[in-house]
Design a protein around this ligand. Structure first.
Ligand SMILES: Nc1nc2c(ncn2[C@@H]2O[C@H](COP(=O)(O)OP(=O)(O)OP(=O)(O)O)[C@@H](O)[C@H]2O)c(=O)[nH]1
Ligand SMILES: [Zn+2]
Length: 209
């Protein structure tokens, strides 16, 4: 998925930076523009209408933006003080596109880890969420990808991810269960295997509301 195939050395001194670039193929813009123009015609609309004339290119740009994660530096620092409690970023806004209906799902992600030899720049937790959310997704895979990636690239003692999201395909159409939120989780290391750490993670992630 990313250029971060090289695992960050878990030990070592100083600040480490690893450039992360989403490696997904770029959408074919001309094909996308033509497809949206066809969609408008199929919907019985006049594509020369002043409001619709530029819609195919706007929609193409919108999809390209929604499906392209921003590149970032994965910055880590030595855990000099041996901090050994959870680091938790709660309520990270998350937006993605449902793979089944191409409609948005959105909500919040709670991402935590138990540091090993290095700690992560805090903003990077939200950046890793975006790295995988800007894709055609199902919520279960998205949750696992974030947890797996952090486990592989940060080598912490444990990682936990919870996502709470509303799927517009479930609220606007179909079953029309407006307000229903789907909750998924993925755990690694001590957050999966150690009962106390696991309970603490879930208490911090979802218990405090
Ligand atoms: N597991 C999972 N299912 C999802 C996700 N997003 C959407 N879906 C579901 O994908 C399913 C597709 O089912 P289908 O029966 O083929 O589609 P449909 O006829 O449009 O289904 P309804 O939404 O029930 O009208 C639906 O139940 C959606 O709610 C997701 O992130 N994870
Ligand atoms: Zn859907």
């Amino acid at each position: 998925m990313t250029a971060a195939a090289a695992r960050l050395a878990p030990a070592g001194v100083g600040t480490h930076r690893l450039r992360i670039v989403g490696a997904r193929s770029e959408p074919d813009r001309p094909a996308l523009v033509a497809a949206v123009a066809d969609l408008l015609v199929a919907l019985g609309r006049d594509p020369t209408d002043a409001h619709l004339a530029e819609t195919p290119s706007r929609v193409a740009d919108a999809y390209a933006e929604l499906l392209t994660p921003r590149a970032f530096d994965l910055t880590t620092f030595p855990n000099d003080e041996g901090y050994d409690e959870l680091v938790m970023a709660r309520d990270i806004p998350i937006h993605s596109l449902c793979q089944h209906h191409l409609l948005p799902f959105h909500g919040v992600a709670h991402v935590g880890y138990l540091p090993g030899q290095r700690i992560l720049g805090l903003s990077k937790l939200a950046r890793v969420v975006e790295l995988f959310a800007r894709d055609l997704q199902v919520q279960e895979r998205l949750t696992q990808q974030i947890a797996n990636w952090l486990q592989d690239n940060l080598a912490p003692k444990g990682v936990g991810v919870v996502i709470e999201a509303e799927h517009l395909c479930m609220s606007l159409r179909g079953v029309r269960a407006a307000g229903a939120r789907t909750v998924t989780s993925a755990l690694h290391g001590a957050l999966r295997d150690d009962d106390r750490s696991r309970q603490e993670f879930f208490a911090l992630a979802v218990g405090a509301r």
